[in-house]
Design a protein around this ligand. Structure first.
Ligand code: UD1
Length: 342
């Protein structure tokens, strides 16, 4: 293992970023968070401190501002970058495609240019199963499954970012590159000190369920009941956000031990799918709450079912999810109870 423990974590105050920062600190790394809080809350820093006992370093910088970002590279010597900072709401991306392309592509380009300028660092990219689009026939996808047209501008930005990363690798760049294709990370830290903090009305299922049960939202609309699945609702590969954070650590350590440039892409999920109705039932059992919900029309851009073949994660970086969906829903609900009606 090379000695430099400084890692730049863009978007480190966000949902997945903050859980990863905690695991990095626990493993003896020195994460430096770059975040401008446009979609996160500074109080996450207090949560990180109460879990780890350490103050995470923070620079309030917009990753699309190369001058500001470069100043952070000049201040610290990094062994690499974990690049989370990006927009991620599928619906919003349909309404604001330019904002999504500008933000997600510029942020990546700046990080990669600076990684090259500063001598080829390790680079982990937050990708998504959205790059597969609606998979043909098979629903369990491997990293080699052919990608289909993205179902949203958000998905297209992830495909484009992976393409840029691939071209950078082909050009002979010294950067060691890893794309992590996340399936559906959910849950919160078991301490209930950090978790998901959606700004405004949440788009994703678990925060929507939690806020409905907490009385913040009236009822959950289950988007569609006529899919070709057993109960008619969509199936996703949900897994615990702390497992995802650990996948970043394992992926990063793997990159850090390489001798030269490399590009790999890994699915991060469990290989098991749950339907929306199954998730509701698990939530009701765990929380002892009766959730107000009803069926509504399908959501545009939704994929019927997709889950990960995770053998590559196991083989390459020795990672597999350790926590159950019940653990994730329990932790998410405890986090919501701590937030109260916020
Ligand atoms: C989507 C993207 C994922 C992205 C994530 C970030 C795809 C395949 N997935 O996840 O890449 O990282 O957004 O935001 O593009 N649901 C309801 N009612 C609700 C909310 C959700 O029924 O109010 C259902 C959805 O129809 C879906 C499931 O719950 O079947 C999960 O939805 P969500 O949590 O939004 O995740 P994805 O759409 O899978």
């Amino acid at each position: 293992m090379k000695k430099n423990r400084n890692i730049l974590v863009t978007g480190g105050a966000g949902y997945i970023g903050s859980h990863t920062v905690v695991e990095l600190i626990n493993k003896g790394f020195n994460p430096v968070i770059v975040d401008d809080f446009r979609n996160s809350d500074p109080k996450v820093l207090d949560g990180i401190k109460s879990i780890t006992g350490k103050e995470a370093l923070l620079r309030v910088v917009d990753v699309t501002n190369k001058k500001q970002l470069k100043a952070v590279f000049e201040e610290f010597s990094f062994s690499g970058i974990i690049h989370f900072a990006a927009y991620k709401a599928v619906n919003e991306s349909v309404d604001k495609p330019l904002a999504y392309y500008r933000n997600n592509i510029d942020g990546l380009l700046n990080c990669l240019e600076l990684a090259e300028e500063f001598n080829g660092l390790n680079f982990v990219f937050s990708s998504s199963c959205t790059v597969y689009g609606e998979p043909k026939d098979i629903k369990v996808v491997t990293e080699l499954t052919e990608t289909q047209e993205a179902s949203s501008p958000y998905g297209a930005t992830k495909q484009m970012c992976e393409r840029i990363i691939s071209d950078v690798h082909k050009s002979g760049s010294p950067i060691r590159l890893l794309n992590l294709r996340y399936f559906n990370p959910v849950g919160a830290h078991p301490s209930a000190e950090i978790g998901e903090l959606p700004i405004g009305k949440p788009n994703n299922l678990i925060p929507f369920i939690n806020q409905t049960a907490a009385g913040i939202l009236n009822e959950l609309i289950v988007f569609g009941n006529d899919y070709s699945t057993e109960d008619g609702t969509c199936i996703r590969d949900y897994f615990h956000v702390v497992d995802l954070a650990e996948a970043h650590i394992k992926g990063y350590e793997w990159l850090n031990n390489l001798d030269g440039p490399k590009l790999e892409t890994i699915n991060v999920g469990t290989g098991n799918g749950s339907s929306v109705l199954e998730i509701i039932h698990i939530f009701e059992k765990i929380s002892n709450e009766s959730l107000k919900w009803k069926f509504g029309p399908r959501r545009e851009g939704d994929i019927e079912q997709i889950y990960a073949d995770t053998s590559k994660a196991q083989e390459l970086i020795s990672w597999s999810a350790e926590r159950t969906i019940e653990d994730a829903i329990t932790d998410a609900w405890n986090w919501q109870k701590k937030l109260g009606n916020e």
